[in-house]
Ligand binder design. Structure first.
Ligand code: DC
Length: 223
């Protein structure tokens, strides 16, 4: 099996930064599965497909031409020929993703796509269910977490960088709502795999966390 490092955890726990940095350090592929759910939610809404319309959502998934293009320190998301990198990062797109991700057909299609991506080259894959469902045999599974307050603080900073208004109390409520939906759903709820290493990022810097995971990967000869 090709090497996979699974990075799971709730919104704002630091998954994207940590995963991107790991992939860069190892020269591996980086796959952001949250972006995939965001794209499906965004495209479905744009096409007027209701989230209760299973056939409509199936078509959105089956017709999806999705590419991630690495660019400098970041990754561009190209969906059906259009650069949606910016559009899918809004707080609203996050809520749409959380809602569309409870639909079983969407999970089925995206999990298949994620497995196909991870089977091509060594991969750092981040999401909610990578260690539990997508790659239960991943060589290294990390579950990142942080307090809701700290995650809300990080989201506010992100939104401010994007030039969007950010109300801390509102963001905290949205994160709590998203956590409840992501953890409470029947299919692939957000939870650490039994063999995942749980890392709390509330007080630890990104550099330390990345170093810790790289050391673990080397010890387990994942690299
Ligand atoms: O990581 P993110 O904020 O971009 O994820 C957006 C939503 O997508 C999240 O609220 C739940 C869903 N998601 C999921 O259900 N499974 C994944 N592997 C990744 C994301």
């Amino acid at each position: 099996m090709i090497s996979v490092i699974a990075i799971d955890g709730p919104a704002g726990a630091g998954k994207s930064t940590v995963s991107r940095r790991l992939a860069q350090a190892l020269d591996w592929q980086y796959v952001d599965t949250g972006a995939m759910y965001r794209v499906v939610g965004f495209i479905a809404v744009g096409a007027g497909v209701d989230f209760s319309d299973v056939d409509g959502l199936r078509k959105v998934c089956d017709n999806l031409d999705l590419r991630f293009e690495e660019e400098g320190d970041g990754v561009r998301t190209i969906a059906n020929g259009r650069d949606v990198s910016h559009a899918i990062r809004s707080a609203e797109a996050g809520q749409l993703a959380s809602k569309v991700s409870v639909v079983p057909i969407v999970r089925e299609r995206l999990v298949a796509l994620q497995r196909a991506m991870g089977e091509k080259r060594p991969t750092v894959m981040e999401g909610r269910d990578i260690g539990t469902v997508v790659f239960p045999d991943a060589q290294l599974k990390i579950f990142l977490r942080a307090t809701v307050e700290e995650r809300a603080r990080r989201r506010c900073l992100d939104l401010e960088h994007r030039g969007e208004a950010a109300d801390r109390a509102e963001i905290e409520a949205q994160i709590a709502e998203r956590d409840a939906r992501d953890s409470g759903r029947t299919h692939s709820p957000l939870r650490p795999a039994e063999d995942a290493l749980i890392v709390d990022t509330t007080h630890e810097g990104i550099d330390e966390i990345v170093e810790k995971i790289l050391t673990l990967a080397a010890q387990r000869q994942v690299t």
